[in-house]
Write a protein that binds this ligand. Sequence first.
Ligand SMILES: C[S@@+](CC[C@H](N)C(=O)[O-])C[C@H]1O[C@@H](n2cnc3c(N)ncnc32)[C@H](O)[C@@H]1O
Length: 258
Amino acid sequence: MPLPLRTRLKWLGYAWQDVTSGNSEARVPPKRKTFIGGGDFIAVGDAFFGTLKRHGLTPEMDVLDVGCGQGRMARPMIDFLKGRYEGFDIDKSGIEWCQDQYKDVPNFTFHHADVFNARYNKTGTVAAKEFRFPFEKNSFDRIFLTSVFTHMFKGDLENYLSEIARVLKPGGKCLVTWFLLDEISRQSQHPVMNFAYEVDEVSRTTVKSNPEAAIAFDLDWVRGVYEKFGLKIEDIEHGKWGRPESVYDLQDMIIAAK
Ligand SMILES: C[S@@+](CC[C@H](N)C(=O)[O-])C[C@H]1O[C@@H](n2cnc3c(N)ncnc32)[C@H](O)[C@@H]1O
């Protein structure tokens, strides 16, 4: 089936679900307007909120959500967080939607960053490897990125990890999801996450013509980058993509402290 027709049918399916589900919950985007991937918007956000609490999130903390998309991870926190939530993303429509949806939540702020990405912001004017986060050093107790480094290149995420290390408070933690290549996950038979194509010496992609669709990184190289920027890896939760028996989500997650 040609792609445009398949895309149109998918959209129609989503539009039908929007109409029939009657799901108009606050701060949940209509399914036909989501661009952050499949899965249940509410369930995925709630599960990650649980993960944040499991790793010590408390109400008075200040948090940064890098690549916040349409606020999937912000939504479950609004009645919990008394500290500051800051989210930024390169997709302007998502940020404008969040700014509107959260206009009555004074401690939640969303920013647009005009950073280039071939999948999410083709007209972006700033290179990800040069982008400086718009925050002072030592600003946040928790920084998280869900399904963001899985769409970025080596040089970009080295810069982002150095920025994370800069704006994280001493003792603060970052929780980042990845596709990590090690001796086990390299053997993965996952039907979609197969990372068949080499991008460079430390990363591989599922789509040769559009690598930013999904990128996996060599775990030993990733460990070296964390160490270089003074981030101490405390735990790695290996996801189902590379270990089908995993109790965790699809992607891997690294929890590190400054
Ligand atoms: C799969 S979506 C995930 C969104 C959100 N983190 C979530 O889990 O709901 C990937 C997001 O990363 C954002 N993104 C891609 N490159 C980025 C960059 N260099 N800086 C910030 N966000 C970026 C995209 O615009 C998109 O919103």
